[in-house]
Design a protein around this ligand. Sequence first.
Ligand code: MG
Length: 173
Amino acid sequence: MLSKTMAKAISQQITKEFYSGYLYLSMSSYFENQTLPGFATWMRVQAQEESCHAMIFLKYLNEQGHQADLGPIDAPPKEFSSALDVFKKTIEHEKLVTKSIYNLMEIAVGEKDFATQRFLDWFINEQVEEEATANTLIGKLERIKNSSEGLFMLDNELKARVFNLPAPLAARA
Ligand code: MG
């Protein structure tokens, strides 16, 4: 049982997750253009994960007997000044997403909607990881500063990232 208020907020979250994917795709394209293929791969995987987040919310809505009400997706920025700038924008964005998921949880708690609270737990944990990962990369990039050798090594490290289907989507496949 899912209230109309909760369903509407989840529909809005789907749009936000797709925007996240769109943003990271734009960042991936920036990196590709800067000849940083490892960074580009990392961001492309990040974008794929965001589309999966949207799909998890979408499937949950349908499971709960609602139809998604999908809104327009804004165009993401395309001007970035450096890899550090990209990850600073990433952390800013992830903090907004965390707030948005906390807001969903507040609605679920207020409505004593226990199923949605359990459902949201995965996203709350996921956001802790997203923020930690972005912070780690910011730390590394700050240490690297203007060393092209350092950037090259980090690019090689990030190249190793592979896409894994997020657990809640695998469970709903
Ligand atoms: Mg997400």
